[in-house]
Design a binder for this molecule. Sequence first.
Ligand SMILES: Cc1cc2nc3c(=O)[nH]c(=O)nc-3n(C[C@H](O)[C@H](O)[C@H](O)COP(=O)(O)OP(=O)(O)OC[C@H]3O[C@@H](n4cnc5c(N)ncnc54)[C@H](O)[C@@H]3O)c2cc1C
Length: 380
Amino acid sequence: MTYALNDDHRQIQDLIRRVARERVAKRADEIDRTAEYPHDMFALLKELGLFTLPFPEQYGGAGSLLSACIAIEEFARVCYNTAYLLLVQWVPFGAILSGGTDAQKQWLLPGLASGELRGAFSTTEAQSGSDVSGIKTHAVKVDGGYRLNGAKIWCTNSDIADFVLVAAKYGDDPKSNISLFIVEKGMKGFTVGRKEDKIGARGVPSCPLFFDDVFIPEANRLGGGFKAVMEAFNASRPLIGARGVGLAQGAIDHAVEFVKDRAAFGRQVSDFQGIRWMLADMQMQTEAARNLVYRSAAMVDAGASAAELAPMAAMAKCFASDTAMKVATDAVQLFGAAGVSAEYSINRYFRDAKVLQIIEGTNQIQRNIISNSMLGRPAR
Ligand SMILES: Cc1cc2nc3c(=O)[nH]c(=O)nc-3n(C[C@H](O)[C@H](O)[C@H](O)COP(=O)(O)OP(=O)(O)OC[C@H]3O[C@@H](n4cnc5c(N)ncnc54)[C@H](O)[C@@H]3O)c2cc1C
């Protein structure tokens, strides 16, 4: 539990753990059940000033990905959706920080940092998710800006967001490069469709987007290009793994409590060796995932190169989310029939873990990144 954490990391861990237990945990089931956006949890994160945590101190952050992973882990341990609120704010923040012009940074970063602004990020389309190069949404240059046409699916936070960073092919040539465009709420021709009814991650909406000849001013094309932003995302991938560690540890917390109280054959369920060994395996796997996540985050903080980082960050995301799925499945098993009942929290860990294996680069794609690095091939 104490892998190479310094006093700053521990301070953040203590603070978030306390807030998570005292103020977040009691809301988690309701957020999951109603699938309503948790405005109160967003207000709490805003009050705590956490929207810049992984970013440089000049933006009010701790400048430490390891600290950010610890915060995500502690929130996900009690409420995946609250942890997700941080991630969806950090994605556009990180993209603009790495790829935005000075003017775009001045325009959007202070608002994202304070929580006055909310953003979303959109690449996925009906015909192409993992294969981003297959997107069809396109922008054509016109006087003073661009005309954007196309449609997206699964854009998380989009019906709350003040703006969406939208990936689109730029130019008439279908093989042309991808750029990111800042599409603002209320722009003529931009609509957000009905939110998906999801099995997990239910508190933060994911919606389709439609662009019907939307005029995008020149100032809204992200400066640094798509590639720079995607490279920055590689560096933030340990955060996705941290959610897996939090989910796994939270599932263990619930399972331990349950088997200590439950009796069968005249004994406590926790007295059966088979059960104790299951618990030990769950904790071992979670601890291994935690070490992989912390190590890859520490590599980011130490300035590791993109080539070193890519396979490590992929391992962290893939192993931690696979561990979350396995541990949550075992935890449901330990609950018996109660694990299947909506009355118990444990089944939401199981559902949220399944989503985590798919989002932010599926676990097959992560395995491609790892094996390509082993074989000396390009990342994908
Ligand atoms: C809750 C949720 C939130 C999301 N939020 C966002 C968001 O905010 N913004 C956004 O842009 N997208 C978002 N997505 C979309 C998500 O990023 C994609 O679903 C994901 O990238 C996979 O794409 P796909 O669903 O089209 O699957 P596909 O790419 O069609 O893949 C189908 C299957 O084939 C496998 N596969 C594909 N290519 C390979 C390969 N080369 N080798 C081996 N296996 C392969 C995949 O792993 C998967 O199992 C979200 C999705 C969910 C579920």
